[in-house]
Design a protein around this ligand. Structure first.
Ligand code: FE2
Length: 187
């Protein structure tokens, strides 16, 4: 698989980034503090969320633009969001879910520079995204990670697709019946 990365600048407007960030912060407060969930998120962990409705919406919204970078059409699989704090890092890793064939990392909010490092065969490519920028990559075959964050808050959205005519096409919606649903429980 390719170790190519493609950076698209300013593809999400500042207003939309702000709106999505607000939703994500509210979601974090609800899950940490509301007591509505029997298994509350722990403040000692990074706040991450699989396919919240507003990020699955972004997954569909950006699909035509992401698709322009490939010769084949794509199918959306899932989205993911994470709020990082001071000194949070992302250890170098490959994306392990098969449904992560095409990954898109989006910067929704930040208060400091923070590069995403791609470990290519001949070099480390450090990509710095401004708010509204995205980078497209092949996460299962291209190792990536981040050094500890020097700022206070970074909100990232991660969008994933598979090729419509590829061997992973059965992973459309990550095997969920609809976007916006949780993953089916394993029986
Ligand atoms: Fe990743």
């Amino acid at each position: 698989m390719s170790d190519k990365t493609t950076i698209l600048r300013k593809v999400i407007s500042n207003e939309l980034c702000e709106f999505l960030s607000l939703q994500f912060r509210i979601l974090m407060i609800v899950e940490y503090d509301s007591g509505l969930y029997s298994k509350s998120a722990s403040r000692s962990e990074l706040f991450s969320k699989y396919s919240p409705l507003f990020l699955d919406s972004l997954l569909l919204y950006l699909q035509p633009l992401i698709q322009e970078n490939f010769k084949e059409r794509l199918l959306p699989t899932y989205s993911f969001g994470r709020i990082y704090g001071h000194q949070d890092a992302l250890p170098p890793h490959f994306d392990c879910r098969a449904s992560s064939e095409i990954g898109v990392s989006c910067c929704l909010s930040k208060d400091s520079e923070w590069s995403l490092d791609f470990y290519k065969s001949d070099k480390i490519e450090s990509v710095s995204l401004e708010i509204g920028d995205v980078v497209i990559y092949h996460g299962p075959s291209l190792k990536h990670g981040r050094a500890p964050y020097c700022g206070q808050e970074y909100i990232g959205a991660f969008l994933f697709y598979v090729f419509e005519n590829g061997p992973l096409k059965h992973l459309k919606y990550d095997t969920r019946p609809f976007l916006g649903c949780p993953l089916p429980r394993k029986s």
